[in-house]
Design a protein around this ligand. Sequence first.
Ligand SMILES: NC(=O)c1ccc[n+]([C@@H]2O[C@H](COP(=O)([O-])OP(=O)(O)OC[C@H]3O[C@@H](n4cnc5c(N)ncnc54)[C@H](OP(=O)(O)O)[C@@H]3O)[C@@H](O)[C@H]2O)c1
Length: 324
Amino acid sequence: MPSVSQPESSALPSPRGPGDRLRGAALDLADDAVRQGLKHPLIGPGRAVRRMFGADRLRDAVGGRTVVITGASSGIGEATANRFAHAGARVVLVARREEELARVVGGITETGGEATAYPCDLSDREAIEALTAKVLAEQGTVDILVNNAGRSIRRSIVDSLDRFHDFERTMALNYYGPVALSLGLLPAMIAQDRGQIINISTWATQLPSPQYVAYTASKAALDAFTRGTAAEMLGTGIALSSVHLPLVRTPMITPALEAYRGMPSLSAHEAAGLIAEAAVLRSSRVEPAIVTLGHIGDAFSSRGTDLVMGAMQKVGLGPVGRRH
Ligand SMILES: NC(=O)c1ccc[n+]([C@@H]2O[C@H](COP(=O)([O-])OP(=O)(O)OC[C@H]3O[C@@H](n4cnc5c(N)ncnc54)[C@H](OP(=O)(O)O)[C@@H]3O)[C@@H](O)[C@H]2O)c1
């Protein structure tokens, strides 16, 4: 995986007088608070109780279970595969690049974990059908599916007027792919009355995200699928979760790293921590505290949110993507 340098937290000149030092300290404090808010979901009473009884642990949730993780050849999927395998899961890794999948499988098996690679193009429905049949035949059952493979496109609507295919290709991988895989694996989960589907989404579906409408619209469709199905499955052994990730330092954002200088972000390992929270909590929405605060603010004033997000975009900040 290409290494991704961490965006600098501040591009301010070094403080000169006491006023500058105070301002620098205040900015550092705000930056720390934002980073903490990015790492942790809001702690609800249910989670506190689970903690008290020691059940709030990934090993309890995934140990000995078969977990399919898509987009596992890189970034967040790779970090999630490592984290889940370390907690005792048998991980089934899906992506297109066979050599990268073999590298991730090798790293896991060398340290005593169990991993198998299933190369597949997840924007191809027939390939997904073949993958589903092969995984079920060879693995017997799937306990958890993490739909993580995705692509992002950064392009304004004015530049997209003759680019309908941007909307088609984001939908193909970010929405139809996860839906097809979920529909293929749900019957086996329903038959055993146990299972979970964790869909990887973005904080940008919760707030307006100029320049990324094709990407965020496809992820918003996935959110709607997740939340609606989760509600339908209440009372059964099957849970669905949407994880609304913030900016994460992976190959996906490499082309736009310069634009994100100074913007707080997570490492892939920290993002995998939020996905682990979803496996442990099995709640329909897992997101950093700051994202939750964002949509509380949006509920009070959508106009205010539009203004803030529009202004952020003008200074080069926003959700992830590459221009291609
Ligand atoms: N990075 C962020 O800031 C951020 C923020 C919010 C949400 N997310 C979401 O997090 C997820 C993972 O992204 P990442 O940041 O880890 O990006 P990444 O490092 O670029 O990984 C993307 C993964 O998706 C796989 N993939 C792409 N096209 C595929 C296809 N047609 N069929 C099968 N697999 C395919 C890639 O593998 P191959 O190339 O080998 O196929 C790779 O493993 C995505 O859904 C993304 O939208 C990321």
